[in-house]
Design a protein around this ligand. Structure first.
Ligand code: TPP
Ligand code: MG
Length: 185
């Protein structure tokens, strides 16, 4: 499953929900799959995508979607523990798990050597979880996550495409400004 195809699938089921994208390829592909005002692209920081989405989820009733990366989430596993503790029913975390720090050269991450992020989420008290390997099972799990209370934690195993998409022409400051000014709860 390619992240771009999976991102298009997520967008097709997202409605008006805010989507927070992990840095690098995830945000680039989110932009190219379908730029919208409620896409919040992050760049520069690792490990904060799901934390930002958690903060949003706690301040709105809308479903909030985090498109995180395995390497980034591994840098801040505490985010999963805090999601478990806060237990926001409207948060949907999808981890694009390519088992590597892709953007910096494809070094194998811990999910390539046995770390199971779904089990980490379970151990943090998140019960609505899935690990999916293809678009069909992603659609099933994500569709359910959008319909049923969460928090949801979906690990989506993906493969890297041969070539990266062009970098999205966005600036973090403008993203923040645009998001704050168009997202009225
Ligand atoms: C704190 C910090 N350390 C290192 C980097 C350099 N860096 C940028 S992207 C990246 C890999 C991110 O891996 P992952 O979240 O799995 O996303 P992928 O690139 O695989 O899509 C790294 C190490 C950074 N941006 N911030
Ligand atoms: Mg990765």
């Amino acid at each position: 499953m390619l992240r771009f195809d999976a991102t298009q699938l997520v967008l097709s089921h997202a409605g008006d929900s805010p989507i927070v994208g992990n840095l690098g390829p995830t945000s680039d592909e989110l932009y190219h799959a379908g730029h919208r005002d409620r896409n919040f692209y992050t760049y520069g920081n690792m490990g904060l995508c799901s934390s930002i989405a958690l903060g949003m989820a706690l301040s709105t009733d809308d479903k909030v979607i985090s498109l995180d990366g395995d390497g980034s989430l591994l840098m801040n596993l505490g985010a999963i523990a805090t999601i478990g503790r806060e237990n926001p029913s409207n948060l949907v975390v999808v981890v694009w798990d390519n088992e590597m720090w892709g953007q910096t050269g494809g070094q194998a991450s811990h999910t390539a050597t046995g770390t199971n992020l779904e089990e980490v989420a379970n151990s943090c008290g998140i019960t609505r979880t899935a690990t999916v390997n293809d678009l069909e099972t992603l659609e099933e799990a994500f569709g359910r996550a959008m319909r049923e209370p969460g928090p949801w934690f979906i690990v989506a195993k993906i493969e890297e495409a041969d070539q990266y998409m062009p970098v999205a022409p966005v600036e973090p400051e403008f993203t923040l400004y645009r998001f704050r000014n168009t997202y009225v709860t």
